[in-house]
Design a protein around this ligand. Sequence first.
Ligand code: GLY
Length: 375
Amino acid sequence: MDSNELRTRYLAFFEERGHTVVPSSSLVPAKDPTLLFANSGMVPFKDVFTGAEQKPYTRATSAQKCVRAGGKHNDLEEVGPSTRHHVFFEMLGNFSFGDYFKREAIAYAWDFSTRVLGLDPSRLWPTVNHVDDEAYDLWREVAGVPEDRLTRLGDEDNFWQMADVGPCGYNSEIFYDRGERYGCGKADCRPGCDCDRFWEYWNLVFMEFFQDENGVRTPLPKTNVDTGLGFERTLAILQGAESNYETDLFEPIIARIQALTGHSDEQRKREYIAYRVIADHSRAISFLIADGVLPGNEGRSYVLRRIVRRAIRYGRRLGLDGPFLSDTTAAVIEKMGGHYTELVERRQVIVDTVRREEEHFARTLSRVGWPSWTS
Ligand code: GLY
């Protein structure tokens, strides 16, 4: 299954089950100064969960553009060494606003995973919050998961909040067992372990509280569901890839970098960290500029500037001494512009902006050298 098919089949599955397909919102959250970027699929629905906004539907599904840099969820420094973290990624989600709750959320996720994606049920390891007996029992009853494959974890893993203030709730995650050869070999290796054996690919959040500035949680007017399926990770699982970067989604961008460097396949493999950083950041840069963010010295603009400069720094490691981001962002536009047409509409702005920013940074570098933060 390639990336376009995964996105299409997910949305169709939930549409067939009464969900309204909602297009991704901008990466810049509307009317929400508390949040730098949309960092998950639920962001456009935040006010619907709290009851402040009504929608004509109680079930929705989306493929949402997300950026995790510079805020509560910040994966910037993970990108490169990590096989599966990104600054920019897509989150596939299904949402219930006071409609279904834990039982259906679990049943849908299990059905989609095993029947549509064809994942082997014996490789699926759900986790639940250690106090959430209801979810534990439902995994047994609805999905028939044996007890030795269910893990109870604490709030640091199985409680989800978008930001310090906002809707939140216990969550239940599904991990895919990639096999012992990816593992750390410890006897107690299971979901929650940091090694590369168990990959969390789907997070089911049972949104039922509002957390205020003082950390006090009160029940929301209704119980809700917010799920986030990691698009790139799921694709890697389906395509049997070693990392997210060896999927059809990244391959053309990585190939473009290789064409620019003139590397052999072996050199490309050896320099995988720099390749990943440039590929990931080229996606983030393209989508952020398409959504109206320009590099600058404050807030969102500053985060974008840091992403651009981190990409340039890793480009230098590969010997890319001149401007190269207009090439790599062009590869992003070609790969993703079919679904995200804003990339095509704003192609010239993206190319011009990265070119200007690269020239500006080259001038700064020749004056003052590399700033300390460009790790
Ligand atoms: N909102 C659920 C997640 O980001 O995992």
